[in-house]
Write a protein of this length. Structure first.
Length: 436
């Protein structure tokens, strides 16, 4: 991923230096396990650890790979240059390249997941704080982009919190799913290496031993992992889209923080654009772009082919780096989001009481009017508001059919805003528990 959308801690996970360090640790731990079994001399296993504090020469490994056309062999050759050919004689004993590559990939994905979980904790904290702060800030709810009935800004933010909380739970499960390793040999049968070696290496690397592997770890695990990242990205877009709508000039119920010295347009000095949430919408597309290739990687020929390899070299770093950046950016947007309660009230009242139509409809049915007739009575008065700019309450009071069933006081009672917000505390308790 380009530096513009990258954060250093996540980038470091995918650096060549980190990758080769993990490769080394896997090989060294495997040697320890082999020595314990008596398969290789203990002195040889100890000698491998001489490279523990060595900085592997990435350029040298690339140079060797240019000849061997094999990355793991290039690394093993470079390792032998560091610790000596005799000491390196038993390195990679009974193993295949995918034992190193797949186990490393899953180590990297679990580390990436840990960063993403921290990111989500920060986002959840920001959403919770702002939701409680705006719990009773009334705004109009919309369906199909059209005014529906009143809600609150707090409920909007609480809804996003609940969605992201579900996503965090999904990511925890995805991390567990991906946290396996395999040191099982050429086709996964342990023919040339004892299963205890796999168990030891996985324990040392913070993984579980894959119950059954071929030459590779099954890719349904990875498919679930990247699909989960795709769902999280879609939720980011969901929040970003709502903020973008609220910042529209005709709406302006909230907007991204506009810092001192910030410029919105090279041509129009007045502009304050929702550039961060628009950016998040685009980044979400990049994250979701990895989901289909990850799903298609599940079907490999027999015990393995390498059709998945090129895909994962790209989507592993790109997807986790992008999502890490997006989650952090969204947290900043939420923390600094500027809310305009007065504009929310003004927008809600723009169509002069129409938002209370269902309340009138239900009240009429309670007075003995059929639902069909009640709907017709309310709708014919509502259309005057849409088409003629009339006042809904005034029209209802002037409709003889309505007033035949309801008194003016009963009609006016239907326009009580508190009717729509009376269960906000109940919903907050469901989402946040006692802390609400």
């Amino acid at each position: 991923m380009i530096p513009r959308y990258s954060r250093p801690d996540m980038v470091k996970i995918w650096s060549p230096e980190t990758k080769f360090r993990i490769w080394f640790e896997i090989e060294a731990h495997a040697c320890d396990a082999q020595a314990k079994l008596g398969v290789i001399p203990e002195e040889s296993a100890k000698a491998v650890w001489k490279a523990r504090d060595v900085e592997f020469d990435v350029a040298r490994i690339d140079e060797i790979e240019a000849v061997t056309k094999h990355d793991v062999i290039a690394f093993l050759t470079h390792l032998a240059e560091i610790i000596g050919n005799e000491e390196a004689r038993f390195v990679h004993q009974g193993m295949t390249s995918s034992d190193v590559l797949d186990t490393t990939f899953n180590v990297q994905l679990t580390r990436a997941a840990d960063i993403l979980l921290e990111d989500m904790d920060k986002l959840l904290a920001a959403l919770k704080k702002r939701a409680i702060e705006q719990k009773d800030t009334v705004r109009i709810g919309r369906s199909h982009g059209i005014h529906a009935e009143p809600t609150t800004m707090g409920l909007t933010l609480a809804r996003f919190y609940a969605e992201m909380d579900r996503n965090r739970n999904r990511l925890e499960k995805a991390r567990y799913e991906i946290a396996t390793g395999a040191i099982s040999g050429a086709v996964g049968t342990f023919a040339n290496i004892d299963p205890s070696v796999e168990e030891h290496v996985c324990e040392q690397m913070g993984l579980r031993a894959e119950p059954i592997s071929t030459q590779v770890i099954p890719r349904d695990r990875h498919a679930m992992f990247f699909a989960t990242l795709g769902v999280i990205a879609s939720s980011i877009e969901n929040i970003a889209t709502e903020i973008r709508h609220m910042q529209r000039t005709e709406v302006l119920e909230a907007e991204e923080f506009f810092s001192k010295g910030q410029k919105g347009s090279s041509a129009m000095p007045h502009k304050r654009n929702p550039v961060l949430t628009e950016n998040l919408t685009g980044l979400a597309r990049l994250v979701r772009m990895s989901v289909t290739p990850a799903l298609e990687n599940v079907a490999l020929w027999h015990e393995r082919d390498i059709s998945h390899s090129s895909v994962e070299r790209a989507i592993g770093p790109d997807t986790t780096i992008t999502l890490d950046f997006a989650l952090t950016r969204l947290t900043g947007v939420v923390e600094k989001l500027v809310v305009y309660p007065d504009n929310m009230i003004a927008n809600m009242n723009k169509f002069r009481g129409l938002i209370h139509s269902q309340r009138v409809l239900l009240a009429l049915t309670q007075k003995g009017v059929s639902r069909e007739d009640s709907y017709s009575l309310v709708q014919r008065n509502a259309m005057k508001v849409w088409e003629q700019g009339a006042d809904f309450l005034t029209e209802l009071k002037g409709d003889a059919d309505v007033t035949a069933a309801m008194s003016e006081a009963e009609i006016e009672a239907c326009f009580d805003l508190g009717y729509h917000t009376k269960h906000v505390d109940t919903i907050f308790a469901r989402v946040f528990g006692d802390e609400a």
